[in-house]
Design a protein. Structure first.
Length: 621
Protein backbone atom coordinates (compact mmCIF):
# COMPACT_ATOMS: atom_id res chain seq x y z
CA UNK A 1 0.00 0.00 0.00
CA UNK A 2 1.38 3.41 -0.98
CA UNK A 3 1.72 6.14 1.62
CA UNK A 4 0.07 9.54 1.33
CA UNK A 5 3.49 10.99 0.72
CA UNK A 6 3.95 8.69 -2.28
CA UNK A 7 0.58 9.61 -3.74
CA UNK A 8 1.29 13.32 -3.30
CA UNK A 9 4.76 13.41 -4.86
CA UNK A 10 4.20 10.90 -7.67
CA UNK A 11 1.80 13.37 -9.24
CA UNK A 12 -0.76 10.63 -9.55
CA UNK A 13 -3.26 13.31 -10.55
CA UNK A 14 -3.38 17.06 -10.62
CA UNK A 15 -5.70 19.11 -8.46
CA UNK A 16 -7.52 22.38 -8.59
CA UNK A 17 -8.86 23.27 -5.14
CA UNK A 18 -11.62 25.82 -5.46
CA UNK A 19 -13.45 26.84 -2.29
CA UNK A 20 -16.18 29.13 -3.52
CA UNK A 21 -19.84 28.96 -2.55
CA UNK A 22 -23.09 29.29 -4.41
CA UNK A 23 -25.93 31.54 -3.35
CA UNK A 24 -28.13 28.63 -2.42
CA UNK A 25 -25.42 26.79 -0.42
CA UNK A 26 -24.55 27.09 3.25
CA UNK A 27 -21.09 26.63 4.75
CA UNK A 28 -19.07 25.03 1.95
CA UNK A 29 -16.14 23.42 3.73
CA UNK A 30 -14.62 21.51 0.80
CA UNK A 31 -15.14 22.08 -2.93
CA UNK A 32 -12.62 19.92 -4.75
CA UNK A 33 -12.37 19.60 -8.55
CA UNK A 34 -10.25 16.69 -9.76
CA UNK A 35 -8.40 16.39 -13.06
CA UNK A 36 -5.79 13.76 -13.98
CA UNK A 37 -2.23 14.71 -14.82
CA UNK A 38 -2.58 14.28 -18.59
CA UNK A 39 0.50 16.19 -19.65
CA UNK A 40 3.67 15.19 -21.44
CA UNK A 41 6.88 14.69 -19.53
CA UNK A 42 10.16 16.56 -19.27
CA UNK A 43 10.33 19.99 -20.90
CA UNK A 44 7.15 19.35 -22.93
CA UNK A 45 5.04 19.28 -19.77
CA UNK A 46 2.42 22.00 -20.15
CA UNK A 47 -0.52 21.84 -17.69
CA UNK A 48 -3.62 23.96 -18.25
CA UNK A 49 -5.41 26.01 -15.57
CA UNK A 50 -7.76 23.22 -14.53
CA UNK A 51 -4.79 20.86 -14.06
CA UNK A 52 -2.70 23.15 -11.86
CA UNK A 53 -1.43 21.45 -8.72
CA UNK A 54 -1.74 22.90 -5.27
CA UNK A 55 1.57 24.26 -4.09
CA UNK A 56 1.84 22.16 -0.95
CA UNK A 57 0.08 20.01 1.60
CA UNK A 58 0.58 20.27 5.36
CA UNK A 59 3.47 18.14 6.55
CA UNK A 60 1.37 16.65 9.35
CA UNK A 61 -1.26 15.60 6.83
CA UNK A 62 1.30 13.93 4.61
CA UNK A 63 2.81 12.09 7.54
CA UNK A 64 -0.44 10.76 8.96
CA UNK A 65 -1.02 7.02 8.63
CA UNK A 66 -4.70 6.35 8.03
CA UNK A 67 -5.93 2.90 7.12
CA UNK A 68 -7.52 2.82 3.68
CA UNK A 69 -11.10 1.69 3.18
CA UNK A 70 -11.41 -1.69 1.45
CA UNK A 71 -14.34 -2.07 -0.93
CA UNK A 72 -15.65 -5.56 -1.71
CA UNK A 73 -12.47 -6.89 -0.13
CA UNK A 74 -10.22 -4.84 -2.45
CA UNK A 75 -7.82 -2.04 -1.51
CA UNK A 76 -8.03 1.24 -3.43
CA UNK A 77 -5.81 1.81 -6.46
CA UNK A 78 -5.85 5.60 -6.10
CA UNK A 79 -6.32 7.79 -3.01
CA UNK A 80 -6.47 11.43 -2.03
CA UNK A 81 -6.66 13.23 1.30
CA UNK A 82 -8.38 16.63 1.14
CA UNK A 83 -7.83 18.89 4.18
CA UNK A 84 -10.77 20.52 5.95
CA UNK A 85 -10.10 24.16 6.86
CA UNK A 86 -9.18 24.79 10.49
CA UNK A 87 -12.19 25.62 12.63
CA UNK A 88 -14.61 23.33 10.80
CA UNK A 89 -14.74 20.31 13.02
CA UNK A 90 -18.08 20.05 14.84
CA UNK A 91 -21.51 19.90 13.22
CA UNK A 92 -25.02 18.64 13.93
CA UNK A 93 -25.64 18.09 10.23
CA UNK A 94 -23.76 17.92 6.96
CA UNK A 95 -24.03 17.34 3.21
CA UNK A 96 -21.55 15.37 1.12
CA UNK A 97 -21.82 15.19 -2.64
CA UNK A 98 -19.98 13.76 -5.63
CA UNK A 99 -20.27 14.51 -9.35
CA UNK A 100 -19.30 11.40 -11.36
CA UNK A 101 -18.85 10.39 -14.99
CA UNK A 102 -18.60 6.67 -15.74
CA UNK A 103 -18.01 5.90 -19.41
CA UNK A 104 -16.30 2.50 -19.16
CA UNK A 105 -17.85 -0.95 -19.35
CA UNK A 106 -15.81 -2.47 -16.51
CA UNK A 107 -16.83 -2.26 -12.83
CA UNK A 108 -15.13 0.70 -11.13
CA UNK A 109 -15.90 2.51 -7.89
CA UNK A 110 -15.12 5.47 -5.67
CA UNK A 111 -15.69 6.47 -2.05
CA UNK A 112 -15.74 9.61 0.08
CA UNK A 113 -15.45 9.03 3.80
CA UNK A 114 -14.58 10.69 7.07
CA UNK A 115 -12.16 8.84 9.36
CA UNK A 116 -13.22 8.52 13.00
CA UNK A 117 -10.78 6.82 15.33
CA UNK A 118 -13.34 6.76 18.16
CA UNK A 119 -15.94 4.65 16.32
CA UNK A 120 -15.77 0.89 16.02
CA UNK A 121 -16.05 1.15 12.23
CA UNK A 122 -13.07 3.51 11.99
CA UNK A 123 -15.06 6.06 10.02
CA UNK A 124 -18.01 8.25 10.86
CA UNK A 125 -19.70 8.24 7.42
CA UNK A 126 -19.21 6.93 3.88
CA UNK A 127 -20.68 7.99 0.51
CA UNK A 128 -19.94 5.35 -2.11
CA UNK A 129 -20.42 4.42 -5.77
CA UNK A 130 -19.63 1.13 -7.45
CA UNK A 131 -20.75 0.03 -10.91
CA UNK A 132 -24.53 -0.22 -10.47
CA UNK A 133 -25.18 1.04 -6.93
CA UNK A 134 -24.64 3.89 -4.50
CA UNK A 135 -24.84 4.01 -0.72
CA UNK A 136 -24.63 6.39 2.21
CA UNK A 137 -23.63 5.11 5.66
CA UNK A 138 -23.61 6.99 8.95
CA UNK A 139 -22.26 4.86 11.77
CA UNK A 140 -24.32 1.66 11.73
CA UNK A 141 -27.12 2.89 9.42
CA UNK A 142 -26.81 2.42 5.66
CA UNK A 143 -28.94 3.40 2.68
CA UNK A 144 -28.14 1.42 -0.46
CA UNK A 145 -29.72 2.21 -3.82
CA UNK A 146 -29.54 0.17 -7.03
CA UNK A 147 -29.08 2.55 -9.94
CA UNK A 148 -31.84 2.42 -12.52
CA UNK A 149 -30.58 3.11 -16.03
CA UNK A 150 -27.32 4.74 -17.08
CA UNK A 151 -27.59 8.18 -15.52
CA UNK A 152 -27.99 11.60 -17.06
CA UNK A 153 -26.80 11.48 -20.67
CA UNK A 154 -26.13 7.78 -19.96
CA UNK A 155 -22.94 8.66 -18.09
CA UNK A 156 -23.37 11.21 -15.28
CA UNK A 157 -24.33 10.70 -11.63
CA UNK A 158 -24.84 13.37 -8.97
CA UNK A 159 -24.82 11.51 -5.65
CA UNK A 160 -25.62 13.41 -2.44
CA UNK A 161 -25.90 12.25 1.15
CA UNK A 162 -27.31 14.48 3.92
CA UNK A 163 -27.53 14.08 7.70
CA UNK A 164 -29.52 16.25 10.11
CA UNK A 165 -31.33 15.55 13.39
CA UNK A 166 -30.61 11.84 13.14
CA UNK A 167 -32.05 11.53 9.61
CA UNK A 168 -30.06 10.22 6.62
CA UNK A 169 -31.14 11.07 3.07
CA UNK A 170 -29.70 9.88 -0.24
CA UNK A 171 -30.26 11.82 -3.47
CA UNK A 172 -29.37 10.70 -7.01
CA UNK A 173 -29.45 13.16 -9.92
CA UNK A 174 -31.50 15.69 -8.01
CA UNK A 175 -34.11 13.28 -6.63
CA UNK A 176 -34.56 11.85 -3.12
CA UNK A 177 -34.27 8.06 -3.48
CA UNK A 178 -34.30 6.93 0.17
CA UNK A 179 -34.13 8.13 3.78
CA UNK A 180 -33.60 6.59 7.20
CA UNK A 181 -33.78 7.66 10.86
CA UNK A 182 -31.07 6.83 13.40
CA UNK A 183 -32.08 5.78 16.90
CA UNK A 184 -30.24 8.74 18.41
CA UNK A 185 -29.10 12.11 17.18
CA UNK A 186 -25.37 12.64 16.94
CA UNK A 187 -23.05 15.62 16.82
CA UNK A 188 -20.15 14.86 14.51
CA UNK A 189 -16.59 15.74 15.38
CA UNK A 190 -14.97 15.82 11.97
CA UNK A 191 -11.36 14.85 11.46
CA UNK A 192 -8.88 17.20 9.80
CA UNK A 193 -9.39 15.78 6.31
CA UNK A 194 -11.77 14.10 3.92
CA UNK A 195 -10.64 10.83 2.35
CA UNK A 196 -11.21 9.89 -1.29
CA UNK A 197 -10.51 6.45 -2.72
CA UNK A 198 -10.81 4.95 -6.20
CA UNK A 199 -11.13 1.27 -7.13
CA UNK A 200 -9.89 0.72 -10.67
CA UNK A 201 -8.59 -2.83 -10.73
CA UNK A 202 -10.48 -3.53 -13.97
CA UNK A 203 -9.33 -0.23 -15.50
CA UNK A 204 -5.78 0.05 -14.13
CA UNK A 205 -4.91 3.25 -16.00
CA UNK A 206 -7.80 5.21 -14.48
CA UNK A 207 -7.22 7.87 -11.85
CA UNK A 208 -9.69 9.38 -9.40
CA UNK A 209 -10.10 12.40 -11.64
CA UNK A 210 -11.37 10.19 -14.47
CA UNK A 211 -14.40 9.10 -12.41
CA UNK A 212 -14.84 11.86 -9.80
CA UNK A 213 -15.08 15.37 -11.17
CA UNK A 214 -16.19 17.27 -8.09
CA UNK A 215 -16.49 16.54 -4.36
CA UNK A 216 -18.11 18.87 -1.83
CA UNK A 217 -18.63 18.84 1.93
CA UNK A 218 -21.05 21.36 3.45
CA UNK A 219 -22.14 22.25 6.96
CA UNK A 220 -25.83 21.42 7.41
CA UNK A 221 -28.20 19.33 5.32
CA UNK A 222 -29.24 20.79 1.97
CA UNK A 223 -32.89 20.38 1.05
CA UNK A 224 -34.49 18.94 -2.06
CA UNK A 225 -34.74 22.26 -3.91
CA UNK A 226 -31.12 23.17 -3.19
CA UNK A 227 -29.85 19.77 -4.35
CA UNK A 228 -31.97 19.93 -7.51
CA UNK A 229 -30.65 23.42 -8.25
CA UNK A 230 -27.08 22.21 -7.75
CA UNK A 231 -27.68 19.29 -10.15
CA UNK A 232 -29.07 21.71 -12.75
CA UNK A 233 -26.00 23.96 -12.37
CA UNK A 234 -23.70 20.98 -13.01
CA UNK A 235 -25.81 19.88 -15.97
CA UNK A 236 -25.59 23.32 -17.56
CA UNK A 237 -21.84 23.32 -17.09
CA UNK A 238 -21.43 19.94 -18.79
CA UNK A 239 -23.86 20.82 -21.61
CA UNK A 240 -21.61 23.73 -22.52
CA UNK A 241 -18.44 21.66 -22.24
CA UNK A 242 -17.08 23.90 -19.47
CA UNK A 243 -14.55 22.11 -17.27
CA UNK A 244 -14.76 24.49 -14.31
CA UNK A 245 -17.82 26.47 -13.18
CA UNK A 246 -16.34 29.91 -12.64
CA UNK A 247 -12.67 30.04 -13.58
CA UNK A 248 -11.51 31.28 -17.00
CA UNK A 249 -10.04 28.31 -18.89
CA UNK A 250 -9.50 26.57 -22.21
CA UNK A 251 -12.24 24.03 -22.96
CA UNK A 252 -10.13 22.68 -25.80
CA UNK A 253 -6.70 23.19 -27.27
CA UNK A 254 -4.77 24.75 -28.56
CA UNK A 255 -4.28 22.06 -31.19
CA UNK A 256 -2.96 21.80 -34.74
CA UNK A 257 -4.61 21.07 -38.09
CA UNK A 258 -3.63 21.16 -41.76
CA UNK A 259 0.13 21.73 -41.70
CA UNK A 260 1.81 22.72 -44.98
CA UNK A 261 5.18 23.99 -46.10
CA UNK A 262 4.39 27.62 -45.32
CA UNK A 263 1.34 27.53 -43.01
CA UNK A 264 -0.53 25.74 -40.23
CA UNK A 265 -3.97 26.04 -38.58
CA UNK A 266 -4.18 26.55 -34.80
CA UNK A 267 -7.54 25.95 -33.09
CA UNK A 268 -8.66 26.50 -29.48
CA UNK A 269 -11.75 27.12 -27.37
CA UNK A 270 -12.25 29.20 -24.25
CA UNK A 271 -15.20 28.97 -21.87
CA UNK A 272 -16.17 32.64 -22.49
CA UNK A 273 -15.54 35.48 -24.97
CA UNK A 274 -11.92 36.57 -25.04
CA UNK A 275 -9.47 38.69 -26.93
CA UNK A 276 -6.80 36.28 -28.16
CA UNK A 277 -3.22 36.78 -29.26
CA UNK A 278 -1.35 34.04 -31.12
CA UNK A 279 2.40 34.52 -30.70
CA UNK A 280 4.86 32.45 -32.70
CA UNK A 281 8.45 32.35 -33.89
CA UNK A 282 11.53 30.20 -34.45
CA UNK A 283 12.94 31.02 -31.04
CA UNK A 284 11.98 32.48 -27.67
CA UNK A 285 10.92 35.14 -26.93
CA UNK A 286 8.24 34.99 -29.64
CA UNK A 287 8.50 37.88 -32.08
CA UNK A 288 5.44 37.52 -34.36
CA UNK A 289 1.77 37.64 -33.44
CA UNK A 290 -1.81 37.58 -34.70
CA UNK A 291 -4.58 39.32 -32.71
CA UNK A 292 -8.21 38.15 -32.65
CA UNK A 293 -10.81 40.42 -31.06
CA UNK A 294 -13.60 38.94 -28.87
CA UNK A 295 -16.60 37.44 -30.64
CA UNK A 296 -20.08 36.65 -29.38
CA UNK A 297 -19.50 32.96 -30.09
CA UNK A 298 -21.84 30.54 -31.81
CA UNK A 299 -25.26 30.06 -30.23
CA UNK A 300 -26.56 26.49 -30.17
CA UNK A 301 -29.79 24.78 -29.15
CA UNK A 302 -30.57 25.03 -25.45
CA UNK A 303 -28.83 28.40 -25.13
CA UNK A 304 -25.33 26.90 -25.27
CA UNK A 305 -22.72 29.24 -26.69
CA UNK A 306 -19.31 28.03 -27.84
CA UNK A 307 -16.18 30.11 -28.31
CA UNK A 308 -14.10 28.10 -30.78
CA UNK A 309 -11.40 30.16 -32.50
CA UNK A 310 -8.90 29.29 -35.21
CA UNK A 311 -6.18 31.11 -37.04
CA UNK A 312 -4.05 30.26 -40.04
CA UNK A 313 -0.43 31.20 -39.51
CA UNK A 314 1.01 32.05 -42.92
CA UNK A 315 4.41 33.04 -44.26
CA UNK A 316 6.32 30.27 -42.49
CA UNK A 317 9.50 28.63 -43.73
CA UNK A 318 9.35 25.02 -44.99
CA UNK A 319 10.85 22.30 -42.80
CA UNK A 320 11.22 24.63 -39.82
CA UNK A 321 10.52 24.12 -36.12
CA UNK A 322 8.37 26.81 -34.49
CA UNK A 323 7.18 27.79 -31.01
CA UNK A 324 3.73 29.24 -30.38
CA UNK A 325 1.50 30.42 -27.55
CA UNK A 326 -2.15 31.44 -27.21
CA UNK A 327 -2.84 34.25 -24.75
CA UNK A 328 -6.51 35.02 -24.06
CA UNK A 329 -7.99 37.85 -21.99
CA UNK A 330 -11.63 37.92 -20.87
CA UNK A 331 -13.87 40.93 -20.23
CA UNK A 332 -12.77 41.10 -16.58
CA UNK A 333 -9.13 41.44 -17.61
CA UNK A 334 -8.10 37.94 -16.56
CA UNK A 335 -5.35 36.63 -18.84
CA UNK A 336 -4.94 32.96 -19.67
CA UNK A 337 -1.93 31.37 -21.40
CA UNK A 338 -1.73 28.06 -23.22
CA UNK A 339 1.93 27.78 -22.34
CA UNK A 340 4.60 27.48 -24.98
CA UNK A 341 3.88 24.76 -27.57
CA UNK A 342 5.68 23.59 -30.70
CA UNK A 343 5.13 22.51 -34.31
CA UNK A 344 7.13 22.01 -37.51
CA UNK A 345 6.22 22.86 -41.09
CA UNK A 346 6.53 20.36 -43.94
CA UNK A 347 9.88 20.06 -45.73
CA UNK A 348 9.67 20.89 -49.43
CA UNK A 349 12.01 17.98 -50.26
CA UNK A 350 10.74 15.46 -47.70
CA UNK A 351 12.44 12.10 -48.20
CA UNK A 352 11.66 10.53 -44.84
CA UNK A 353 8.68 11.05 -42.57
CA UNK A 354 6.72 9.25 -39.86
CA UNK A 355 3.08 9.37 -38.86
CA UNK A 356 0.97 7.85 -36.10
CA UNK A 357 -2.33 6.08 -36.72
CA UNK A 358 -4.97 5.83 -34.00
CA UNK A 359 -8.68 5.14 -33.98
CA UNK A 360 -11.70 5.01 -31.69
CA UNK A 361 -10.38 7.11 -28.80
CA UNK A 362 -13.99 7.20 -27.58
CA UNK A 363 -14.59 6.77 -23.86
CA UNK A 364 -11.21 6.36 -22.16
CA UNK A 365 -9.11 9.50 -21.77
CA UNK A 366 -6.84 7.43 -19.50
CA UNK A 367 -5.99 5.19 -22.49
CA UNK A 368 -5.75 8.22 -24.79
CA UNK A 369 -3.26 9.61 -22.29
CA UNK A 370 -1.03 6.52 -22.47
CA UNK A 371 -1.09 6.52 -26.26
CA UNK A 372 -0.41 10.26 -26.48
CA UNK A 373 2.68 9.94 -24.32
CA UNK A 374 4.05 6.92 -26.21
CA UNK A 375 3.37 8.44 -29.63
CA UNK A 376 5.01 11.70 -28.56
CA UNK A 377 8.18 9.82 -27.64
CA UNK A 378 8.53 8.85 -31.31
CA UNK A 379 7.95 12.44 -32.52
CA UNK A 380 5.71 11.70 -35.52
CA UNK A 381 5.36 14.45 -38.12
CA UNK A 382 1.55 14.13 -37.98
CA UNK A 383 -1.18 11.66 -37.06
CA UNK A 384 -4.24 10.07 -38.67
CA UNK A 385 -7.36 9.56 -36.58
CA UNK A 386 -9.66 6.84 -37.94
CA UNK A 387 -12.91 8.12 -36.46
CA UNK A 388 -15.03 7.58 -33.38
CA UNK A 389 -13.05 10.41 -31.89
CA UNK A 390 -15.90 10.34 -29.38
CA UNK A 391 -18.33 7.61 -28.42
CA UNK A 392 -21.35 9.77 -29.26
CA UNK A 393 -20.10 13.32 -29.62
CA UNK A 394 -23.03 14.58 -31.67
CA UNK A 395 -24.80 17.93 -31.25
CA UNK A 396 -26.25 17.14 -27.79
CA UNK A 397 -23.04 15.65 -26.37
CA UNK A 398 -20.45 18.38 -26.62
CA UNK A 399 -18.98 17.25 -23.29
CA UNK A 400 -17.48 14.14 -24.89
CA UNK A 401 -15.10 16.37 -26.83
CA UNK A 402 -14.14 18.59 -23.86
CA UNK A 403 -14.21 16.15 -20.95
CA UNK A 404 -12.76 13.14 -22.78
CA UNK A 405 -11.04 13.59 -26.16
CA UNK A 406 -9.33 16.95 -25.62
CA UNK A 407 -8.59 15.99 -22.01
CA UNK A 408 -6.80 12.76 -22.91
CA UNK A 409 -5.23 13.63 -26.27
CA UNK A 410 -4.74 17.39 -25.86
CA UNK A 411 -1.13 17.04 -24.78
CA UNK A 412 -0.27 15.53 -28.18
CA UNK A 413 -2.74 17.56 -30.25
CA UNK A 414 -1.02 20.82 -29.24
CA UNK A 415 2.26 19.63 -30.79
CA UNK A 416 1.37 17.22 -33.62
CA UNK A 417 -1.09 18.03 -36.46
CA UNK A 418 -4.00 15.56 -36.63
CA UNK A 419 -5.92 14.55 -39.75
CA UNK A 420 -9.21 12.87 -38.74
CA UNK A 421 -12.06 11.12 -40.50
CA UNK A 422 -15.57 11.05 -38.98
CA UNK A 423 -16.86 7.90 -37.33
CA UNK A 424 -20.37 6.93 -36.37
CA UNK A 425 -19.64 8.56 -33.00
CA UNK A 426 -19.70 11.98 -34.69
CA UNK A 427 -21.70 11.10 -37.81
CA UNK A 428 -23.79 14.31 -37.75
CA UNK A 429 -20.49 16.22 -38.30
CA UNK A 430 -21.81 18.91 -35.94
CA UNK A 431 -18.93 19.32 -33.49
CA UNK A 432 -16.55 17.44 -35.81
CA UNK A 433 -16.92 20.23 -38.36
CA UNK A 434 -16.63 23.00 -35.78
CA UNK A 435 -13.56 21.58 -34.06
CA UNK A 436 -11.55 20.87 -37.21
CA UNK A 437 -10.06 23.06 -39.92
CA UNK A 438 -9.24 20.63 -42.71
CA UNK A 439 -7.79 20.98 -46.23
CA UNK A 440 -11.17 21.16 -48.02
CA UNK A 441 -14.78 21.89 -47.17
CA UNK A 442 -16.15 18.59 -48.46
CA UNK A 443 -18.45 17.55 -45.61
CA UNK A 444 -16.17 14.98 -44.03
CA UNK A 445 -13.89 13.84 -46.87
CA UNK A 446 -10.74 15.42 -48.23
CA UNK A 447 -7.19 14.66 -49.36
CA UNK A 448 -3.75 16.00 -48.52
CA UNK A 449 -0.15 15.49 -49.59
CA UNK A 450 2.81 14.94 -47.31
CA UNK A 451 6.20 14.28 -48.87
CA UNK A 452 5.88 11.66 -51.59
CA UNK A 453 2.56 10.36 -50.24
CA UNK A 454 -1.04 11.32 -50.83
CA UNK A 455 -3.75 10.62 -48.26
CA UNK A 456 -7.42 10.16 -49.16
CA UNK A 457 -9.65 10.68 -46.13
CA UNK A 458 -13.24 9.41 -46.49
CA UNK A 459 -16.57 9.66 -44.66
CA UNK A 460 -18.05 6.15 -44.60
CA UNK A 461 -21.08 7.15 -42.52
CA UNK A 462 -22.94 7.56 -45.81
CA UNK A 463 -22.38 4.25 -47.66
CA UNK A 464 -24.75 5.16 -50.50
CA UNK A 465 -22.50 8.12 -51.30
CA UNK A 466 -19.68 5.60 -51.80
CA UNK A 467 -21.53 3.45 -54.33
CA UNK A 468 -20.60 3.88 -58.03
CA UNK A 469 -22.20 7.10 -59.18
CA UNK A 470 -22.27 8.57 -55.65
CA UNK A 471 -20.78 12.01 -55.11
CA UNK A 472 -17.99 10.84 -52.79
CA UNK A 473 -17.25 7.79 -54.96
CA UNK A 474 -16.79 10.01 -58.02
CA UNK A 475 -14.61 12.43 -56.06
CA UNK A 476 -12.44 9.53 -54.85
CA UNK A 477 -12.03 7.99 -58.29
CA UNK A 478 -11.05 11.31 -59.85
CA UNK A 479 -8.60 12.06 -57.01
CA UNK A 480 -6.97 8.61 -57.16
CA UNK A 481 -6.74 8.72 -60.95
CA UNK A 482 -5.06 12.13 -60.87
CA UNK A 483 -2.59 11.24 -58.12
CA UNK A 484 1.09 10.88 -59.05
CA UNK A 485 2.26 10.17 -55.49
CA UNK A 486 4.72 7.36 -54.84
CA UNK A 487 2.67 6.18 -51.85
CA UNK A 488 -1.12 6.23 -51.66
CA UNK A 489 -2.92 5.82 -48.33
CA UNK A 490 -6.66 5.76 -47.68
CA UNK A 491 -8.26 6.30 -44.25
CA UNK A 492 -11.89 5.88 -43.26
CA UNK A 493 -13.82 4.63 -40.26
CA UNK A 494 -15.73 1.50 -41.23
CA UNK A 495 -14.07 -1.81 -42.05
CA UNK A 496 -13.90 -3.41 -45.49
CA UNK A 497 -12.21 -6.57 -44.19
CA UNK A 498 -12.68 -7.48 -40.52
CA UNK A 499 -12.86 -10.72 -38.59
CA UNK A 500 -14.86 -9.09 -35.80
CA UNK A 501 -16.85 -11.77 -34.03
CA UNK A 502 -20.35 -10.26 -34.16
CA UNK A 503 -20.59 -7.04 -36.21
CA UNK A 504 -21.02 -8.85 -39.52
CA UNK A 505 -23.02 -11.82 -38.28
CA UNK A 506 -22.68 -13.64 -34.96
CA UNK A 507 -19.76 -15.95 -35.67
CA UNK A 508 -20.46 -17.94 -32.51
CA UNK A 509 -23.79 -19.11 -33.89
CA UNK A 510 -23.36 -18.89 -37.68
CA UNK A 511 -21.35 -17.42 -40.58
CA UNK A 512 -19.87 -13.91 -40.72
CA UNK A 513 -19.54 -11.67 -43.79
CA UNK A 514 -16.01 -10.81 -42.49
CA UNK A 515 -16.39 -7.15 -43.34
CA UNK A 516 -18.77 -4.35 -44.28
CA UNK A 517 -20.42 -5.41 -47.55
CA UNK A 518 -21.60 -1.83 -48.13
CA UNK A 519 -18.00 -0.77 -48.73
CA UNK A 520 -16.41 -3.65 -50.57
CA UNK A 521 -17.02 -2.02 -53.97
CA UNK A 522 -14.24 0.41 -53.00
CA UNK A 523 -11.64 -2.34 -53.34
CA UNK A 524 -11.94 -2.05 -57.13
CA UNK A 525 -10.87 1.58 -56.98
CA UNK A 526 -8.08 0.87 -54.51
CA UNK A 527 -6.63 -1.90 -56.67
CA UNK A 528 -7.09 -0.08 -60.00
CA UNK A 529 -5.27 3.06 -58.87
CA UNK A 530 -2.46 1.54 -56.83
CA UNK A 531 -3.47 2.26 -53.23
CA UNK A 532 -0.86 0.79 -50.89
CA UNK A 533 -2.58 0.82 -47.48
CA UNK A 534 -6.13 1.34 -46.25
CA UNK A 535 -6.50 2.25 -42.57
CA UNK A 536 -9.78 2.03 -40.65
CA UNK A 537 -11.14 1.54 -37.14
CA UNK A 538 -14.73 0.98 -35.93
CA UNK A 539 -13.87 -2.43 -34.46
CA UNK A 540 -11.92 -2.11 -31.23
CA UNK A 541 -9.15 -4.57 -32.05
CA UNK A 542 -6.08 -4.65 -34.30
CA UNK A 543 -5.99 -6.63 -37.54
CA UNK A 544 -3.70 -6.52 -40.58
CA UNK A 545 -4.46 -8.38 -43.78
CA UNK A 546 -2.09 -9.86 -46.29
CA UNK A 547 -1.94 -7.82 -49.51
CA UNK A 548 -5.18 -8.46 -51.41
CA UNK A 549 -6.09 -8.17 -55.08
CA UNK A 550 -9.35 -9.40 -56.65
CA UNK A 551 -10.28 -11.32 -53.55
CA UNK A 552 -6.99 -13.21 -53.35
CA UNK A 553 -3.75 -12.83 -51.43
CA UNK A 554 -1.24 -11.41 -53.88
CA UNK A 555 2.02 -9.52 -53.56
CA UNK A 556 1.59 -5.93 -54.65
CA UNK A 557 -2.04 -5.89 -53.59
CA UNK A 558 -3.68 -3.60 -51.05
CA UNK A 559 -2.94 -4.09 -47.33
CA UNK A 560 -5.81 -3.29 -44.96
CA UNK A 561 -5.08 -2.27 -41.36
CA UNK A 562 -7.79 -2.14 -38.70
CA UNK A 563 -6.55 0.01 -35.82
CA UNK A 564 -9.54 0.86 -33.64
CA UNK A 565 -7.94 0.35 -30.25
CA UNK A 566 -7.26 3.80 -28.78
CA UNK A 567 -9.94 3.77 -26.06
CA UNK A 568 -13.24 2.12 -26.99
CA UNK A 569 -14.57 -1.01 -25.27
CA UNK A 570 -12.50 -3.92 -26.57
CA UNK A 571 -14.13 -6.37 -28.95
CA UNK A 572 -13.16 -9.85 -30.16
CA UNK A 573 -12.47 -11.95 -33.26
CA UNK A 574 -14.26 -14.82 -34.96
CA UNK A 575 -13.48 -18.23 -33.40
CA UNK A 576 -11.78 -19.33 -36.64
CA UNK A 577 -9.11 -17.44 -38.56
CA UNK A 578 -10.16 -15.29 -41.53
CA UNK A 579 -8.54 -16.22 -44.86
CA UNK A 580 -6.90 -12.80 -45.26
CA UNK A 581 -5.64 -12.37 -41.69
CA UNK A 582 -1.90 -11.78 -41.26
CA UNK A 583 -2.00 -10.52 -37.65
CA UNK A 584 -4.61 -9.96 -34.93
CA UNK A 585 -4.38 -8.43 -31.46
CA UNK A 586 -7.09 -7.82 -28.90
CA UNK A 587 -5.99 -4.85 -26.81
CA UNK A 588 -5.63 -1.09 -26.86
CA UNK A 589 -2.95 0.01 -29.31
CA UNK A 590 -1.63 2.54 -31.83
CA UNK A 591 0.44 2.38 -35.04
CA UNK A 592 3.58 4.13 -36.21
CA UNK A 593 4.40 4.29 -39.92
CA UNK A 594 7.84 5.30 -41.20
CA UNK A 595 8.46 6.00 -44.88
CA UNK A 596 11.92 6.42 -46.40
CA UNK A 597 11.87 6.50 -50.19
CA UNK A 598 10.66 3.11 -51.41
CA UNK A 599 10.71 1.54 -47.92
CA UNK A 600 7.81 1.51 -45.46
CA UNK A 601 7.83 0.17 -41.93
CA UNK A 602 4.71 -0.37 -39.82
CA UNK A 603 5.08 -0.89 -36.06
CA UNK A 604 2.12 -1.51 -33.76
CA UNK A 605 2.37 -1.06 -29.98
CA UNK A 606 0.16 -1.71 -26.99
CA UNK A 607 -0.35 0.91 -24.27
CA UNK A 608 2.69 -0.30 -22.33
CA UNK A 609 4.93 0.20 -25.37
CA UNK A 610 5.29 -3.48 -26.27
CA UNK A 611 5.61 -4.26 -29.98
CA UNK A 612 2.58 -6.25 -31.21
CA UNK A 613 3.15 -6.23 -34.99
CA UNK A 614 5.91 -5.32 -37.43
CA UNK A 615 5.89 -5.08 -41.22
CA UNK A 616 8.54 -3.84 -43.65
CA UNK A 617 7.90 -3.59 -47.37
CA UNK A 618 9.91 -2.41 -50.35
CA UNK A 619 7.91 -0.70 -53.06
CA UNK A 620 8.49 -1.92 -56.58
CA UNK A 621 8.89 0.80 -59.18
Amino acid sequence: MMSKLSFAFLGYFMLSLLTYGYAQDRGVWVDQWLWPDYTLGQQARNPKVYQLQRDSLPVALLASDRSRYRLLGVSPTDCLTVPIPTGYRSTDGFTVECWLINHVNQPVGALLYMPDGQSGAGRSWVLGYHHDRVWFSVQSATIEYLLDGEGWKDRWWHVVGTYQDGRLCLYVNGELVDKRKLETDKTFLFDDALELAGYFGKEPDMQLGDLMKNVRLLDGALGQSEISARFKLLQDMVEGGRLLPDRFHFNAGPYLNNVKEESIQVVWETDRPARSVVRYGERLPLADSVVLQPETGELHEGGIRSYIRNVKIDGLRPGTAYFYEIEATDAAGTTLSSGTCTFATVRSDTQAYAFAVIGDTEARPHINNRIAKLAWDERPDFALHLGDITDDGVRDNKYQWNYEYFTGMGQLLERIPFYPVPGNGEDDLYWYGRYHTLPADTEGYYRFVYGDAEFFMLDTNKPMDLQPGGKQYQWLEEALKASTARWKFVAHHHAIYSADDDDYGNSWTGPSALGDTNLQQLTTLYERYGVDFVFYGHLHTYQRTYPIREGRIEQGGVTYVQAGGAGGNLEDFTPTRAWYSAKTYRGHHYCMVQVVGDTLRLNVYDVTGNLKDYLAIQKKR
